[in-house]
Design a protein around this ligand. Structure first.
Ligand code: HEC
Ligand code: HEC
Length: 300
């Protein structure tokens, strides 16, 4: 007997509801690190904050606001979201946090109260960071001036305003695993791979996403969408070669924002360079280049 559509629709709703509930009640994935023998170094941590581009999001445009005391709202298709105050202020920043709280935020996208962060905070990439880099970053954040400024409120449209959805998102799409070097390549290439996929979070803009904001690992770096809905070019070795990038060009662009055609890199990439890449050591910019261009002969 053919079932009336209303019964089918009701059955479908019940199943969809049950699936949603079970995803919400599943514990989202989380990683545990071994902290034995790891001591943070604040000076190295300052460098890691440049590697991670924390300043670009968590500070109002350079000069306009105190360091890491909260950034301007970032526009997304779901509304705007502002990076909060992460200075050691006890009331408005993260001054009452422990190192473990900090590590859980960065490596698992989890807040101290157990809720889940929106992946605008690029923890899906930071999850690959080394334990040492996280410890250094934490040590550094203790040393910056505490600023008593409240973070700006998020302004997201319903249902995205419901943070609990991020729990389901993490359960479906988040794989928190520390970076593993590829033994087929040398130290330089692997350092580049670590920066690009981990702290440098290049794929957060340069990799395409599915409709639920999930990053497509199989098409990593093939071009995506940046903040404010701007198109972001592909930076695979093939795409860069086609666009005329050769050895030296990427490292140069990451320092001076100039492409091989003499164009300047602006917008979001301009910020990535100004607040992050420009402050790196030449060796790290060359490592990024060796990885992106997949250069032979640099696998030392
Ligand atoms: C692309 C922008 C962006 C970058 C880059 C970024 N963050 Fe954030 N961060 C955010 C946003 C947005 C939130 C708020 C997420 C939410 O409310 O779910 C956040 C939240 C946080 C929190 C939680 C604070 C709280 O009060 O709960 C910490 C800690 C943090 N970020 C640290 C860092 C560190 C350290 C770096 C650099 C390694 C960094 N962030 C880089 C955007 C960014
Ligand atoms: C916040 C988003 C964002 C992040 C993060 C980001 N990029 Fe970009 N990138 C862009 C945008 C947008 C452009 C295009 C800029 C333009 O044309 O002016 C771009 C352009 C580039 C280009 C030039 C490509 C071409 O063919 O012109 C390179 C190379 C590049 N990015 C490398 C990187 C690397 C390496 C990282 C990580 C360290 C990174 N990007 C992180 C947004 C981003």
């Amino acid at each position: 007997m053919k079932k009336p559509p209303i019964i089918l629709a009701a059955a479908f709703s019940v199943v969809a509801g049950l699936v949603t509930l079970s995803i919400l009640f599943l514990a989202p994935p989380a990683q545990v690190r071994d902290w034995s023998g790891v001591t943070g170094d604040a000076e190295r941590g300052q460098y890691v904050s440049r590697l991670g581009g924390c300043v670009a999001c968590h500070t109002l445009a350079e000069g306009a606001g105190p360091l890491l005391s909260g950034g301007a709202p970032i526009m997304t298709p779901f509304g705007s979201i502002a990076a909060p105050n992460i200075t050691p202020d006890r009331a408005y920043g993260i001054g009452s946090w422990t190192r473990d709280d900090f590590a859980a935020a960065l490596l698992n996208g989890a807040a101290p109260d157990g809720s889940s962060y929106y992946p605008v905070f690029p923890y899906p990439s930071y999850a690959r960071m080394s334990t040492q880099d996280v410890a250094d970053l934490w040590a550094y954040l203790q040393t910056i001036p505490p600023i008593s400024t409240p973070s700006q409120e998020h302004d997201l449209t319903w249902p995205f305003s419901q943070r609990v959805l991020m729990r389901a998102w993490k359960t479906l799409f988040f794989t928190p695993v520390e970076f593993q070097p590829d033994p087929k390549h040398g130290a330089k290439w692997n350092r580049g791979a670590y920066i690009v996929s981990g702290p440098g979070h290049c794929g957060e803009c340069h990799s395409p996403r599915g409709i639920l904001g999930n990053s497509d690992a199989a098409r990593a770096l093939e071009g995506g969408m940046g903040p404010n809905g701007k198109k972001v070019p592909s930076i695979t070795a093939q795409a860069l070669a086609q666009a005329g990038w050769t050895r030296g060009d990427v490292a140069f662009a990451l320092f001076l924002s100039i492409t091989p055609d003499g164009d300047s890199l602006g917008g979001a990439m301009g910020e990535v360079i100004r607040d992050g890449a420009r402050h790196l050591t030449p060796e790290d910019r060359e490592a990024i280049e060796a990885y992106l261009l997949d250069l032979p002969g640099t696998d030392d």
